[in-house]
Design a protein around this ligand. Structure first.
Ligand code: AMP
Length: 494
């Protein structure tokens, strides 16, 4: 019986937790996830992985930071384990080199226990790398992660055999269109064999032109939308109303405090000139402040990001070149030195912190002209960002004061957007074959609390060796998986 009083606040139903080892992911990939300490799916993963493994096309609206890379890589790697390719089998198209490299890095982790090589193909490097890419493409590297222009340059030369390509991922499709890659993308898609091609289409936004483009190329896709334009709840967002003349002093003051306790701080500026000037100013007080903008050579940019990751650089000042896609663990704070162009940019910028499980903080400096724009961003996010008060000496005659603290006005209407989850439900019982421990459905407890000592997925298959001793050939093959592989090669659902 429901005993909830009528006037009690309505409780939001938490989507069920889905564990990776409940899904039909290949053992080799599960082992890698284990190594990486990933056990629970993010919402995009819970929704996208099961239909992708079944071979369905996917149309997903999801931003970076949601775990979308694993959402498309894990099903692909599962298929590659089931049906090892001899030629290029997967093409991942992505708008920037940084994203290509980042996807390649994740790929390396997820494919650690399998024999699948990948090759990142992106411009801006020397002739040597072009030759290396050419060699890998000629040799039939199973997975190619590429920017469209660079891949097209290779394809034009005719040495890449695309006849066995069976997965195409469009990552950040909206951005690829914005960057003018549409013709290259269409040309590449036209060159791929259509019959068995599975397309996984990921976009941070879904304006009409993207929807139309997706309709042209996808077959009966499963549509998934993950909380668009709303930043993760675990990012503590704050903002100052501050006059332009006081911004530099304010940011110095903020950094003086934050640098005592924080390891990685990322500051975004809208213009390269501002990046240069601000970096010069801040670096006088803290030599661990560096800039990253498109002015730098590719190698320098990579080196700076490496140093930021390692902790040798504490504060990076950047343009929006870093606002999407780049994952650096443990960014504690993002500061917007100015209000970004629109809500999407804002969400992308502040999404650099609080990735996956971590918490993070975001501070935005709002000067007079930017107030209206920031209000519009708040409306789109359906939330009010907490205002902080600038120190008296930095207050304008009126400006600073108007931004008085307004308490905790965050919240309201920020669901997690995870609707229609396909994880956790029926149809996934593995009926004693392989990984889920012989009993079919799970007990819903986290692994650490289960009394099987966290070994659920290696039971049920009979006389298995411990994971470390197993080799590819003596791993139990799930007959269902083979079946799925065959299904995948059948006609697609219309
Ligand atoms: P992405 O949205 O793909 O850029 O992923 C953001 C970050 O979250 C990446 O560094 C991933 O390694 C990490 N990540 C992805 N999936 C999970 C997961 N299920 N659990 C913990 N971290 C994850």
């Amino acid at each position: 019986m429901d005993t909830t009083p009528d006037n009690a606040p309505e409780e939001k139903e938490e989507p069920p937790t889905v564990y990776f080892d409940e899904l039909d992911i290949a053992d080799e990939v599960l082992d890698a996830l284990d190594d990486m300490g990933f056990e629970k799916c993010t919402p995009i993963q819970a929704q996208a992985i099961p239909p992708s493994i079944e071979g369905r096309d996917i149309l997903a609206v999801a931003q970076t930071g949601t775990g979308k890379t694993a959402a498309f890589l894990l099903p692909i790697l599962t298929d590659i384990c089931d049906n090892p390719p001899t030629k290029v089998a997967t093409i991942v198209l992505t708008p920037t080199r940084e994203l290509a490299m980042q996807i390649d890095r994740q790929l390396e982790g997820f494919s650690f226990h399998m024999e699948a090589s990948s090759i990142p193909v992106y411009g801006g490097r020397d002739g040597h790398s072009m030759a290396q890419e050419q060699k890998a493409l000629k040799g039939g590297a199973p997975i190619v992660v590429a920017t469209p222009g660079r891949l097209m340059a290779h394809l034009d030369m005719g040495y890449t055999d695309l006849s066995e390509v069976r997965h195409l991922v469009l990552d950040e499709a909206d951005r690829m269109l914005d960057m003018g890659f549409v013709n290259d993308m269409i040309k590449i898609i036209d060159m791929l064999p259509k019959e068995n091609l599975q397309i996984l289409f990921f976009s941070a936004t879904m304006p009409n032109k993207i929807r139309k483009f997706s309709r042209d190329i996808l077959k009966n896709p499963v549509e998934i939308s993950i909380a668009i334009s709303k930043p993760a709840e675990k990012i503590k967002q704050k903002a100052y109303y501050v006059a332009d003349w006081a911004k530099n002093a304010l940011i110095e003051e903020v950094l003086r405090e934050k640098c005592k306790t924080m390891d990685r701080i990322l500051i975004f500026c809208g213009r390269k000139k501002t990046v240069r000037e601000l970096t010069r100013r801040l670096a006088r007080k803290n030599p661990k402040v560096k800039d990253v903008s498109s002015d730098l050579e590719q190698d320098e940019r990579e080196e700076r990001l490496r140093q930021f990751r390692s902790g040798a650089i504490q504060v990076v000042v950047a343009t929006d070149v870093l606002s999407r896609g780049i994952h650096i663990n443990g960014i504690d704070l993002v500061i917007n030195f100015d209000v970004p162009g629109d809500a999407e940019d804002y969400v992308h910028r502040i999404g650099r912190t609080a990735r996956a499980a971590a918490e993070g903080e975001a501070i935005t400096l709002i000067s007079g002209d930017d107030r209206r724009r920031f209000k519009a961003i708040e409306e789109l996010m359906e939330m009010k960002v907490e205002r902080l008060e600038v120190p008296d000496r930095l207050k304008d005659n009126d400006g600073g004061r108007r931004g008085g603290r307004d308490g905790d006005r965050r919240g309201g209407g920020r669901g997690r957007g995870g609707k229609g989850r396909s994880g956790g439900g029926g149809g996934r019982g593995r009926g004693g074959k392989g990984r889920s421990g012989g009993g079919g459905s799970r007990d819903g407890k986290p692994r650490s609390e289960r009394n099987d000592g966290g070994k659920a997925r290696s039971e049920g298959g009979g006389d298995q060796k411990p994971r470390g001793e197993r080799t590819r050939s003596d791993q139990p093959r799930d007959p269902n998986r083979k079946q799925r592989g065959q299904n995948r090669r059948g006609p697609k659902p219309e």
